[in-house]
Write a protein that binds this ligand. Structure first.
Ligand SMILES: [Ca+2]
Ligand SMILES: [Ca+2]
Ligand SMILES: [Ca+2]
Length: 176
């Protein structure tokens, strides 16, 4: 009797119940996966935002950090702000200076407040908005007057990415 029962196998009803249970479980797992994918960072957007942030940070870090505006006649010889007609002792561009113009930004501190938008083909509808903040900040014994912290923020859609770098006044008379 017992052996006969063991060999009976599954009835159609049992099989249908099994399929229904597995189906419901699978649907639950797929829904969770779908949600996780939708709410996680888009790798393409992140990668492009990072490329923009890196390019902008490098552009700022490669600028001179001189006492005088590089257009000043004393820029190559000055040993302090006092020797300059146009001193670079502010955190803003000098009059008439603008990025990618005939009178471009020519000092690290000129980039404070710079903002720009880029729309990379294939990057989706939302453009990448980038902003630069420059703040004087002491760095391992170097006084705040001779070190600047540069923060580049790039955002697109709901994604925001921040890159930071430091620039010290290691050669205040080197001009581009
Ligand atoms: Ca200038
Ligand atoms: Ca300048
Ligand atoms: Ca300036």
């Amino acid at each position: 009797m017992c052996a006969e029962r063991a060999q009976r196998g599954l009835t159609l009803v049992e099989l249908v119940v099994f399929i229904v249970i597995v189906g419901v479980a699978l649907a639950g797992v797929l829904t969770a996966l779908n949600l996780a994918t939708r709410h996680s960072a888009d790798p393409l957007v992140r990668k492009q935002a990072l490329a923009i942030a890196e390019a902008l940070l490098e552009e700022v870090l490669l600028q001179p950090f001189t006492w005088c505006d590089p257009d000043d006649a004393n820029a190559a010889t000055a040993t302090g702000f006092a020797a300059c007609s146009v001193a670079e002792n502010n955190l803003a561009p000098e009059a008439g200076e603008a990025r990618a113009s005939a009178t471009p930004l020519d000092n690290v501190n000129d980039y404070n407040g710079v903002s720009t938008t880029t729309n990379i083909a294939g990057g989706g509808a939302a453009p990448y908005a980038a902003t630069v903040t420059v703040v004087p900040e002491g760095l391992h014994g170097i006084p705040a007057a001779a070190a600047l912290r540069i923060i580049v923020t790039v955002s697109s859609g709901g994604e925001t990415l921040e890159l930071e770098g430091y620039r010290t006044r290691y050669s205040p008379n080197t001009l581009p």
